[in-house]
Design a protein around this ligand. Sequence first.
Ligand code: SF4
Length: 184
Amino acid sequence: MRRANSQPSLEGVPVLSRPQVLFTTAAEMRNEPASCYNCIFYNHDESCQLIGPRVVISKFTYPKVATNDAKRIEYWPCCGMHQHGEPNFGPPTFSASNDPTSLDLIWINAPSLGLERGGANCGGENGGDDCDNYCTDGDDKRDEPSAFCRVLQSTVMNGDVCASWRDDDQLPWDKAQNILKERE
Ligand code: SF4
């Protein structure tokens, strides 16, 4: 039976389940978008306990000065291991040294500057940035309380989030490190 289950089949690409994408509901997120700033593994405004001290993890606004063709945008860090809760506000502690690429560490653009909370959720409500896989008919995803998710092939709520969150203008972690270094 086990061998039969792992044979090639004609069923096509498997549809992922909610546990497989570390799905978290809006209620579990307390209706906040996901970012390092509400993650239990975060050494506040500094680093991640699962990555180590070599990667600086902090939100930033870029570019420093707005130009005619580039407005200033605030970017919030987050990764696929996000666990909602209080960060560590004391001296930094570390429990692992994972590769930031493996944890999918990225920086996420907020819809406006100076929000109390930015980060990721399915539909971009409450200051979040919406996911490319949240499929709506309307012009503004934030207006849709629920929608079809292309990854899960089922309906999700606007404030839900998962580790498969994607956006075409997310910043990779190494680019964010260069921007943070420039600002020192
Ligand atoms: S819409 Fe995006 S963040 Fe929401 S469940 Fe689907 S893949 Fe995950």
